[in-house]
Design a protein around this ligand. Structure first.
Ligand code: PNS
Length: 166
């Protein structure tokens, strides 16, 4: 069985993430959407909130599971028996950082390939930080996040009134 991991901060999950996850699920037998901590970012939504939002956004699927992990992605992938990491690439600006992560993960666990899917054209500009910023200043985030989580994103941001960086 070919198991892939779609890792990320998902702070919060966007329509762009959902698109990449669903496309990955068509290529691989099984996909685990893995919520991780990015030490370079101050996450706005805590790890449980991010996980619940993903569950709501994706609904039930035969070959997609959701999990969260505090630690190295490579360790999780090795324990889970994953063969690939799938990430979306929006623009050249993503490339350097993603390339660095792919090579680091390969060094930590040589059995792991990183596969990049190009972002769909309509999602190329989307980012979680943009969603948070628009929501924080009362803008309409409905074009950017799945409809199932629209209210929850607003409610959590209202509760914390937090900013953060992507
Ligand atoms: O959505 P993001 O923030 O681009 O995802 C980055 C993420 C969370 C996948 C990355 O920071 C990560 O893998 N964090 C877990 C810790 C880890 O394994 N670091 C080494 C990989 S460079």
């Amino acid at each position: 069985m070919n198991l892939a991991i779609c890792p990320g901060s998902f702070d919060p999950i966007t329509r762009g993430h959902v698109d990449i996850i669903r496309r990955a699920a068509k290529i691989f037998d099984k996909v685990i959407v893995l919520v991780l901590t990015n030490p370079n970012k101050n996450h706005t939504f805590d790890i449980d909130e991010r996980r619940v939002l993903i569950e709501k956004a994706l609904g039930k699927s035969d070959n997609i599971e959701i999990d969260s992990y505090c630690g190295l992605l490579a360790d999780y992938a090795k324990n889970a028996g994953a063969t690939a990491i799938v990430k979306g690439l929006r623009a050249m600006s993503d490339f350097e950082y993603e390339f660095q992560m792919a090579l680091t993960n390969k060094k930590l666990y040589p059995g792991l390939e990183t596969v990049f899917l190009t972002s769909s054209a309509e999602n190329m500009y989307l980012s979680s930080s943009m969603v948070r910023q628009v929501a924080l200043f009362g803008g309409d985030i409905s074009p950017f996040v799945p409809p199932e989580i629209l209210d929850d994103v607003h409610n959590v941001l209202k509760k914390y009134n937090k900013g953060g960086n992507e």
